[in-house]
Design a protein around this ligand. Structure first.
Ligand code: PAF
Length: 286
C-alpha cells in the first residue's frame, strides 16, 4: 500500500492505472477505522482491480466546531489496518490539498436534506457533497462505496452523483454491528464504559420495534422506540423518524411505501450516535 498526501501525486498514479486498463474502487472515510470501513474496502477489492481509500476529517461537514475537534483520529492504527486490507493507496491529504481555496458551492437537495440529519446538523450534507465531489473529480473511480449506517448520506451522495452527472456506480455496505448490536462507528470510541454498555439499547429497541409492525401503526411504533430509549438515564433520542427509503419523507401508514426505514439519532452523553433499520424493502433497493 502506498500513502499519498498530495492530489497531484494521486492523479499521476491513477493515470498510470488507467493506461493499464485497471478499474478503480474508492472508499472515502474520516479515519478511526473499524470493521464497517474495512468491510467496504474488502467489497471494493472484490469489485475493482485497485482501491483508493481516503482519510480526511472534512471540516466543511461539521456544523459543531467542538465535534470537529473531538472527532477521533487514529492514523497509525488506521495505516496498520489498511496495510492488511485490499487498499492499494491511502490518500491522506491536508486541508490545503483538498481545499486550495474555499469551496463556496451550495447544493440543492430539495427535501432530501431538510429532514433528520439535515435538520439537526444544518450545512452538514452540503459539506459532505463538497468533499465527496472533490474526491470524485480527483479519483474518478468506477465504483464508490459507502456504509448504510449513514442512510441519509447515501441518498444524498446518490442524488449528488446524478446532479453532477458522475459516471460512478455508488454501492453500499451493510451496517456492521458489535456483538451486542451497537452499530459500529468511529464515535463509539468516545463513549464512557457505562454509555457504551447502555448504547446497545438503541439497536435492541429498533429490532424489537420491527416485531410490532403488524400490531401497531407508525405513530405507535415511533412512540414505543422513543419512550423505551428515553427511559434510560444515559440516552436521549434526538429524533426517530420512519420514512420512505427513497424520498426520506416521514410516513403515516405502513401501506404508504414499499421501502420503509426507521432512522434514529441518540445522544449518549455528548456523543451523538445514529442507526437505522429497514422495516420493508419490497423494491429490493440496496
Ligand atoms: O461518512 C463519512 O465518513 C464522511 O461523511 C465522508 C463520506 C467520508 C465524507 O467526509
Amino acid at each position: 500500500m502506498e500513502i499519498v498526501a498530495r492530489s497531484e501525486e494521486l492523479k499521476r498514479i491513477i493515470r498510470g492505472w488507467r493506461i493499464e486498463g485497471k478499474t478503480v474502487g474508492f472508499v472515502p472515510t474520516m479515519g478511526a477505522l473499524h470493521k464497517g470501513h474495512l468491510s467496504l474496502v474488502e467489497k471494493a477489492g472484490q469489485a475493482c482491480d485497485v482501491v483508493v481509500v481516503s482519510i480526511f476529517v472534512n471540516p466543511t461537514q461539521f456544523n459543531n466546531k467542538e465535534d470537529l475537534k473531538k472527532y477521533p483520529r487514529t492514523i497509525d492504527e488506521d495505516k496498520r489496518l489498511l496495510q492488511e486490507s485490499s487498499c492499494s493507496i491511502l490518500y491522506y491529504p491536508t486541508v490545503e490539498d483538498v481545499y486550495p481555496e474555499e469551496d463556496k458551492r451550495v447544493f440543492d437537495f430539495g427535501m432530501l436534506d431538510k429532514v433528520m440529519e439535515g435538520e439537526f446538523r444544518p450545512g452538514h450534507f452540503n459539506g459532505v457533497a463538497q468533499v465527496v465531489s472533490r474526491f470524485f473529480d480527483l479519483v474518478q473511480p468506477d465504483k464508490a462505496f459507502f456504509g448504510e449506517k449513514d442512510f441519509q448520506q447515501l441518498a444524498i451522495i446518490r442524488a449528488m452523483a446524478k446532479m453532477l452527472n458522475y459516471d460512478i456506480e455508488i454501492l453500499s455496505g451493510d451496517i456492521v454491528r458489535e456483538p451486542d448490536g451497537l452499530a459500529m462507528s468511529s464515535r463509539n470510541t468516545r463513549l464512557s464504559n457505562a454509555h457504551r454498555k447502555e448504547s446497545a439499547l438503541i439497536s435492541e429497541t429498533l429490532f424489537e420495534s420491527k416485531e410490532l409492525m403488524t400490531a401497531k401503526n407508525i405513530k405507535e411504533v415511533i412512540n414505543f422506540v422513543v419512550e423505551k430509549i428515553n427511559e434510560s438515564a444515559l440516552l436521549e433520542v434526538e429524533y426517530f423518524n420512519i420514512v420512505d427509503g427513497n424520498s426520506l419523507q416521514p410516513l403515516d401508514d405502513w401501506s404508504q411505501s414499499e421501502y420503509i426505514v426507521g432512522c434514529i439519532a441518540v445522544f449518549a452523553d455528548e456523543v451523538r450516535l445514529i442507526d437505522n433499520l429497514i422495516y420493508k424493502n419490497f423494491q429490493n433497493v440496496r
